[in-house]
Design a protein around this ligand. Structure first.
Ligand SMILES: NC(=O)c1ccc[n+]([C@@H]2O[C@H](COP(=O)([O-])OP(=O)(O)OC[C@H]3O[C@@H](n4cnc5c(N)ncnc54)[C@H](OP(=O)(O)O)[C@@H]3O)[C@@H](O)[C@H]2O)c1
Length: 349
């Protein structure tokens, strides 16, 4: 197996609207020592693609600054964190037997080598990603899933959304029999939260809206709360005994409204701010009840190993909402931004 010298790739040339996405013919990257070259079978989109393109992350002390999630982006940058594909070449020091294996790439760049390392960078942001025919990755970030019954599209749906969901569930220590509240439940992370929390044996209350409510129920939610109505009242009715763990990608007003609904020792895990990042809550509801607010960014290597075990056994079934060819990356991102879909949007190079 070998790779050609050039490939199609879609990269961002600066922060801005879909117009900064540029389709280009670029050199196929050569795997360096300790790396592999993966032929991309499918690449899934994430909100971070939009935020990185727009530069919407702000900086400490300057929330409106144009920035990637960890700081300045080195343009031009090939986007795309979520890749499933096949290894076609290896760098020095990497076993040649990996060539031909079907893999999922862990997109995280970690701060240390340990199993509980924190992600401090992301493929598609701090290194080139999978909006391309080929991508390189360190061998330790490449997971062999050749035997998984899941399709490449489903596998590509896993790393960021399901990795983030598993990270939230692990950091929130959700246990069998507990009640979990999931916000943004029709989204990529939200549906993953519903599926994994359900698979863990939790009782799942999900917040969604409109026509997406049925799909969220089908994904495994025991009760769906309509965010067009009085959310706190609906949660109180659905879980009069309280929420053990909130798995929240919306934040905003939901945090202030929802914290008083936690059980004693409850955990409110936040991984997104679709509803607003400026949050106000009554701290008495926190300390008087030994509750915790937990920030959660992506996953650790240990969480990703757990996720790949789920993938090999097909214990989660990612929902693919739509597929696009790579040269329609701008349309695919616009579809994601419309938020009318349920599940993941996937592109094929
Ligand atoms: N911390 C991390 O590591 C990490 C990783 C991945 C993603 N994220 C963040 O997590 C969030 C969700 O990502 P995603 O990819 O799952 O998004 P997504 O696929 O776009 O889905 C988000 C869902 O949230 C709901 N929603 C949208 N706007 C809302 C609002 N203003 N108020 C309440 N609900 C709203 C919508 O569902 P309904 O209409 O059905 O309610 C939507 O389907 C984003 O903020 C993303 O940046 C964080």
């Amino acid at each position: 197996m070998s790779a050609p010298r050039f490939m199609r790739a879609v990269r961002i040339t600066g922060h801005g609207g879909p117009e900064v996405l540029e389709s280009a013919e670029v050199a196929v990257p050569a795997p360096r020592a300790g790396e592999v070259l993966v032929q991309v079978g499918a690449v899934a989109l994430n909100n971070t693609d939009l935020w990185t393109r727009e530069g919407a992350y702000g900086r400490p002390g300057d929330p409106k600054a144009l920035s990637g999630w960890r700081g300045p982006i080195d343009f031009p940058r090939i986007q795309g964190a979520d890749v499933a594909g096949r290894v076609v070449a290896v760098g020095t020091g990497v076993e040649g037997s990996l060539v031909g294996r079907r893999v999922v790439v862990d997109p995280a760049i970690y701060d240390t080598d340990g199993p509980d390392a924190n992600p401090v960078g992301l493929m598609g942001s701090e290194r080139d990603g999978g909006y391309a025919e080929y991508v390189t990755a360190p061998v330790e970030r490449v997971h062999d899933v050749t035997e998984s019954p899941l399709t490449d599209d489903q596998l590509a749906a896993l790393p960021t959304a399901y990795g983030t969901a598993l990270g939230m569930i692990e950091r929130g220590q959700l246990r069998k029999g507990e009640t979990a509240l999931v916000s943004g439940a029709s989204g990529g992370v939200g549906l993953a939260l519903v599926q994994i929390a359900r698979a863990r044996g939790a009782r799942v209350l999900a917040i969604s809206s409109g026509t997406k409510i049925d799909a969220v129920r089908e994904a495994g939610a025991h009760e769906v709360i309509d965010r067009a109505g009085d959310v706190a009242e609906q949660i109180r009715t659905a879980a009069p005994e309280g929420i053990d763990v909130a798995l929240d990608v919306v934040a905003g007003e939901l945090v202030g409204e929802g914290l008083p609904l936690l059980c004693e020792g409850g955990r409110w895990v936040i991984a997104g701010a679709l509803g607003g990042y400026d949050v106000t809550f009554d701290v008495r509801r926190l300390y008087l009840h030994n509750a915790q607010v937990v920030g959660s960014s992506m996953h650790t290597p240990t969480h990703f190993d757990l996720l790949m075990d789920l993938a090999r056994r097909a214990e989660v079934q990612p929902v693919v909402a739509a597929t696009f060819p790579l040269d329609q990356a701008a349309q695919a991102q616009e579809e994601l931004a419309r938020r009318e879909h349920v599940g993941k949007i996937v592109m094929h190079p």
